[in-house]
Design a protein around this ligand. Structure first.
Ligand SMILES: [Fe+2]
Ligand SMILES: [Fe+2]
Length: 267
């Protein structure tokens, strides 16, 4: 039985280099066969170096997607264009956003995409919430809300298109598919404390378009299982959206990176 260690919302830019290395060595010592990360590793200025540290200190495959914080102080387009070159020499690292279907166990495939809160849940129009995204990410900063909403829709749609393109291939071949994405793709999985986020927060913390694809695929393949791993809210939840569609959101605290529970066992 293979084991997958799941990390999310590490925000390693809040740690010193020696603290980061100590954490990575702890991950490396874990019996898991591979590591998966559902975004917010650090911020854009530290991303390349952080990925290099993962390469040097973890001697097992590391599959990751980026979160919104990974693009802070930069442009999404520029960083996305650069990540493939950064990780080319880092042989154990795979950015799922630019990958197709990956077999991680004989009966289990992995796909993933950064994803983005797409503004389609909750009440974007009347939301007073201003994430740092809207000041620190080039494409989203200092623009009118209507234009920002269009960009959020496009970012969510990009994730949905990735799932639409690759999930059928995965589900045709594997009984179980793990989907990694930063933002909860279902309203019910977008939790704050112990409640579903309110109408003010939902536009910025959940992503509707990818979730619609996931539900449609789960219904189209009733004898297959899909497990979604996400983060972003820092509030944990583990629930069944459909009988064969499970979503798990990770728990995170700034400056306290950890391996999430459950450690996934793969057949
Ligand atoms: Fe986060
Ligand atoms: Fe995030």
């Amino acid at each position: 039985m293979l084991q997958l260690a799941w990390l999310t919302d590490l925000h390693l830019n809040f740690l010193t280099e020696s603290q980061i290395i100590a954490f990575l060595e702890q991950v490396n010592a874990h019996p898991a066969d591979a590591v998966v990360i559902s975004g917010d590793l650090t911020d854009s200025t530290h991303l390349e170096h952080t990925l290099t540290l993962f390469h040097h200190h973890i001697q097992k495959p590391v599959y990751f997607v980026c979160g919104n914080h990974d693009y802070y102080n930069a442009s999404i387009e520029a960083i996305r264009a650069t990540i493939p070159a950064w990780i080319m020499p880092l042989s154990n690292l795979t950015w799922l956003t630019k990958s197709e279907v990956i077999e991680i166990a004989p009966n289990t495939a992995l796909i993933g995409h950064d994803g983005w809160a797409d503004g389609r849940f909750g009440d974007f129009e009347n939301s007073t919430m201003m994430l740092n995204d809207y000041f620190l990410i080039e494409e989203l900063s200092y623009i009118f809300p209507e234009e920002r909403l269009e960009k959020l829709h496009a970012l969510g749609d990009e994730c949905a298109a990735h799932f639409q393109a690759h999930l059928p291939t995965a589900l045709d071949q594997y009984p179980h598919v793990i989907v990694v994405t930063h933002v909860p793709p279902f309203r019910e999985a977008c939790v704050h404390g112990d409640q579903i986020s309110d109408e003010d927060a939902l536009p910025h913390f959940a992503s509707r378009a990818p979730g619609e694809v996931l539900c449609a695929m789960a219904e189209r393949y009733p004898d297959r299982r899909i497990t979604v791993l996400c983060g972003h809210t820092h509030s944990p939840c583990d629930l069944m959206i459909l009988p064969n569609l499970r979503v798990i959101a990770g728990h995170a605290v700034y400056s306290e990176p950890k391996i999430q529970h459950p450690v996934l066992e793969l057949t």
